[in-house]
Design a protein. Structure first.
Length: 680
């Protein structure tokens, strides 16, 4: 039942006072409401047109029947809407509503004891004629009271029912009237909720655009976009790369910082402490005499060039994401204009960034524990708002865990109040609780530990946590096989098959993933030194030129995987991962399903990039809507081929020199009226 509630603040809808709630008249109890994050301190996350399932334990003392409803409204609305909840088991109830708009929704639960429902339930059990006649008189008073709460035709219907019940002298006739379907429907619309219980708090949902749940990111350095050796790339060169990125199937292009780069203490190639005259420095050493965080590196182009790039990207359905790195080079204008924003050492020098034994002499972190912190917070917020005004809606935030949490909560809320489509990706490879706190504060997506999860056991445990744990209500994982900072050992020594396997896993285990290219598709794998996870000749410190047309490139494989992501609804459902049993530790298998099992996909991958492996896969037939008595077709959408399987146990063989994995679309067998078998 969809009930339009009274305006906020009306007597009927207002929450009972603590005194009223404890005086015994408000008898309905509401407990264990889900979803909620930290007892409602933080909002849960959804996207537009999501169905939000709300559950709670609802009961009362004694034997009276209870009813309850989910109340919800968009932040712009003054009136509550309601959807009545239905019972599950053991006093557990569920109701739902759909998030039709971007922004924030508020929701709660209202519950009440329903005398009319209780009366109807008990009347059905009564057998003695005189007992029934007395009960009919009680029902007459209840319907008469309901008529006063109704209006128009409904009020007339209830009043007439009250009269007939009062005058009834035949138990059978009276019962028939009491259970008339029309009367029951009308009566249920006007319950007495004067003593209803409201859940103790209003909960919140942040509703994001679909890109928050399903996105594929491609990172590249604009300064390396030039096709001419030795020439610094420009935004025009980035425009020329957009068809390539679109062909690969990515919908977000992420740029490292595009601002002027400091010259003081500039790093050289391979992180050398002393830069040569032609070294370009690290883009994360932000700021020089040309400007700071609201300026563009002059070698990249002008603001007008950047606007043209944004417009061109939209033509390909691509969003441009910018890096937000709140730190400065020693010659950033802030250092002289606002020295109070930095930590000064006893020798009258600014404390540079360090994570012993690592030192970043070319970067000055901000100092937040000063009397000038509010002005600093305002300026940092204004940086993001500036780029929002330029047309950027997606931001990757560098090391947010090294800045104050309250600042992020205010900043993100401020930006999303102006632009609900804005998205923030948290680049925080840090402790789990810190990563989760940032997600609660408002970051739309979060980096994960996928980069270092390689074994079957590690992957299964980690993605079970990400997709089944209560944290999924606010933590949206974004998985990356590589970044400019991280070249995992698996990619250093695994060869072509390792890159393909990690891409397949990232793209099909998570609905959000990204790669740092063109290093990834060109299989860049040489570390700066043995045991390190950093690239030799890293783009972080020098220009690189990439041959995108190299015949050994993985571009076609990546494009095929991304095309499957767009075509298969099952790969767009972020909570649907179910790991399957396969009797080989080097083979991993999992099912992904669309809502209501309208589509079933099974992915199998060989985790060993060097050797062929075989195994017997256990398909959970009942869970996937398959019959043990009929065959089903497994169509390999990645490598091609189609297989007819029957029963739960089936054989698999994967050779990394051929196919590193399968992406099977499961097709159920059906039978026509002519008894012809075919597959949908």
């Amino acid at each position: 039942m969809n009930v339009q509630a009274a305006p906020t603040g009306s007597k009927l809808r207002s929450a009972p006072s603590a005194l009223a709630a404890s005086d015994g008249r408000h008898r309905a109890v509401i407990e264990n409401v889900t979803p909620q994050v930290d007892c409602g301190r933080f909002p849960v996350k959804r996207i537009v047109n999501d169905r939000v399932n709300v559950e709670a334990d609802v009961f009362t003392d004694g034997h009276d029947a209870v009813r309850c409803a989910v109340r919800y409204r968009h932040e712009r609305e003054n009136e509550w809407r309601e959807m009545e909840m239905t019972p599950l088991v053991n006093d557990r109830w569920r109701g739902s509503f759909i998030t039709r708009e971007l922004g924030r929704y508020r929701y709660s639960i209202i519950a009440w004891t329903d005398r009319l429902l209780t009366w109807r339930r008990d009347l059905a059990r009564r057998q003695d004629a005189q007992d029934v006649l007395i009960a009919l008189r009680v029902g007459a008073h209840l319907h008469e009271a309901a008529a006063t709460r109704a209006s128009g035709e409904d009020a007339a219907t209830l009043a007439e029912a009250a009269r007939l019940l009062q005058e009834a002298d035949d138990p059978v006739v009276g019962k028939t009237l009491a259970f008339d379907e029309t009367l029951v429907r009308v009566g249920d619309r006007y319950p007495d909720r004067s003593l209803a219980t409201l859940f103790e708090r209003e909960l919140e949902i942040v509703v994001d655009p679909p890109l928050a749940r399903f996105s594929a990111w491609y990172e590249f350095f604009p300064r390396s976009a030039s096709r001419e050796p030795g020439r610094h790339g420009t935004f025009k060169d980035c425009e020329a790369m957009l068809p390539y990125v679109a062909e690969l199937g990515f919908d977000i292009v992420y740029f490292p910082p595009i601002h002027p780069i400091g010259r003081t203490r500039r790093k050289g190639a391979n992180n050398a402490l002393i830069a040569g005259p032609n070294d370009v420095g690290s883009p994360w050493a932000i700021g020089a005499q040309e400007g700071g965080h609201k300026s563009i590196h002059p070698n990249l182009g002008t603001l007008e060039d950047f606007h043209r790039l944004l417009a061109r990207a939209k033509e390909f359905g691509i969003e441009i994401a910018l890096d937000i790195a709140f730190q400065c080079a020693p010659d950033h204008p802030y250092v002289t204009e606002h020295p109070e924003w930095f930590r000064w050492r006893p020798d009258n020098t600014v404390q540079y960034a360090e994570n012993p034994p690592k030192k970043y002499q070319d970067i000055y972190p901000f100092e937040f524990e000063t009397d000038a912190s509010q002005a600093l917070h305002d300026e940092l917020s204004d940086i993001v708002l500036y780029w929002l005004k330029q047309g950027v809606k997606v931001f990757r935030v560098d090391n947010p865990h090294t800045k104050p949490y309250p600042m992020w909560e205010r900043l993100i809320a401020t930006v999303k109040a102006q632009e609900p489509r804005a998205l923030f990706l948290s680049e925080a490879f840090t402790r789990p609780k810190v990563m989760h706190r940032l997600a609660k504060l408002g970051f739309s997506q979060s980096y994960t530990y996928f980069t270092w999860r390689n074994t079957k056991r590690e992957l299964q445990q980690y993605f079970t946590e990400l997709t089944r744990d209560a944290s999924r209500e606010y933590f949206r994982p974004n998985v990356w096989p590589n970044t400019p900072d991280i070249l995992p050992e698996y990619l250093q020594y695994g060869g072509r098959a390792a890159f393909m396997t990690r891409l397949l896993l990232a793209a099909t285990l998570s609905t959000n993933y990204g790669i740092y290219g063109p290093a990834f598709e060109l299989m860049e794998h040489e570390a700066r030194e043995p045991g390190a996870e950093e690239y030799r000749d890293s783009e972080k410190y020098q220009l690189r030129q990439w041959n995108l047309d190299r015949p050994d490139s993985l571009r076609h494989f990546i494009a095929r995987v991304n095309r499957l992501r767009r075509e298969l609804a099952a790969l767009q459902s972020d909570w649907s991962v179910k790991f399957l049993t396969i009797d080989n530790e080097q083979l991993i298998a999992y099912a992904r399903t669309a809502p209501e099992l309208t589509e079933v996909v099974i992915v199998i991958a060989n985790l060993d990039p060097h050797n062929t492996h075989t195994g017997w896969l256990e398909v959970p037939l009942a869970d996937l809507g398959l019959s043990p008595d009929h065959p089903y077709r497994m169509q390999d959408l990645l490598g091609g081929g189609s297989y007819l399987w029957q029963g739960a146990r089936n054989f698999v063989r994967l050779d990394p020199n051929g196919a590193v994995g399968h992406v099977f679309k499961v097709t159920k067998r059906v039978r026509t009226e002519r008894e012809f078998d075919y597959f949908l």
